[in-house]
Design a protein around this ligand. Sequence first.
Ligand code: C2O
Ligand code: CU
Length: 471
Amino acid sequence: MKHTAALLTALALFTSACGPKAGDPDPEPDPEPVYAMPELLGPGAVLEDTNPDPDIVEVTLVAYEATVDLGDGIVFQGYTYNGVVPGPTLQAKKGDRVIVHFENALPEATTVHWHGLRVSDDMDGSPRVQSPVEPDGTFTYDFVVPDAGSFWYHPHVRSYVQVERGLYGALVVHDPELDPTYDAERYLVLDDVAVEENGTLSPNVIAGMDGMHGRAGNVLLTNGTSVPTPVDVKEGQVERWRLVNTANARTLVLSIEGAEIRVIGTDGGLLETPYWVEGLELPVGQRYDLEVSYTEPGETNLLFHTLTYDENNNAVPVAIPMFTANVEATGENAPIILWPEVPAIEAKAATRSDTITLDAINDPTVGLQWRMNGEAHPEAPLFTFGEGEVSDLTIENLAGPEHPFHLHGQFFEILEPAGYPGLKDTVLVPGGSTVKVRAYLDNPGRWMAHCHILEHAELGMMSEVVVTPAQ
Ligand code: C2O
Ligand code: CU
């Protein structure tokens, strides 16, 4: 038997000696081409993947205090991921394993939450499941990204302070099979910050107006700057823009002038059927993916709409550009992008229905408290679902201010109001109104359910639901 092995080795050597000589064409079949992620324009920094395995993304994320310069004289000692605001973009492709070596060099405890990713609950950054990472502590987040789309990451401890001071970053999961190819892809991370006369951040408070409506900034930010530099593009080009609103509270009312836009994706990834729009409302936490076709030369502007008041106290609409593209004339027509066959959301009937009420009380001892089902910071889970259950969830906003309701670890569809197709993880519930969603409880674990107005969450609108694993 030993002979045979030796003979085989000799044969192998012989074969290789007779193999191709230098200069011969390479006889090996080309290896599977490695998927190259599209370049993402927008926040400058990208997390560097140090793992050679094409299916593993391994990065280092350090939270620390640093000087933050938002332009226009706005400079302050902020909180950063890897020294920049927004934090560096994390990119992966669907199905990848992502390993994040996280270090906390902040003077306070924190966690990292991967907003919208259906990871396991011990990797979700919920301080109810993971003990927060203390100053000088480390934690390794290690999870698989099951869904493609536009996501973001941010802390889940005192987030009304930590996010406002600069802790947030974009997270993109590409889909090599379905993602259409565009002339360019951008991530526009939209925010507002509250700034004092001297250019520093206003102190965070959770009382008064900020407690009631959440902290409204007086300066708009796009990718961490209040003065975004216009970019140069060409007539006839088509781009994919990913938008996220990372503000503490403000819903952004947006439009795009000078281009044609269709909504191609939402929180849960690409839509089966894109639809054309002229504008959209982007509550905090939500994302939209837009296809932007530059159909006319001149300027394309992403506009933020609000009201100001003139000397007679009449409301005057104003539109403030948050992003500008200078479109060079080419006479070219923008091509129609053939839409890929995005699978329809599997139609599943509800197995139960549930209700969440949102309201507030003014507690004489502790002040304003925001409540879910009649309780601020309820300890017990709001609901216990079985894995695979489908809940028609009615969310009733019994008070005045709006609440962007966010559920971790699962997706839902918005049933009412109509007109919001696709899978979502965040839905705006306007003051005094009721919203209905169909939630797919597919991911077992303990999951936070809360208002994404960070001051409301801090003042009690923060709860948990449980999804028990199927046997
Ligand atoms: Cu974007 Cu519980 O958070
Ligand atoms: Cu709220």
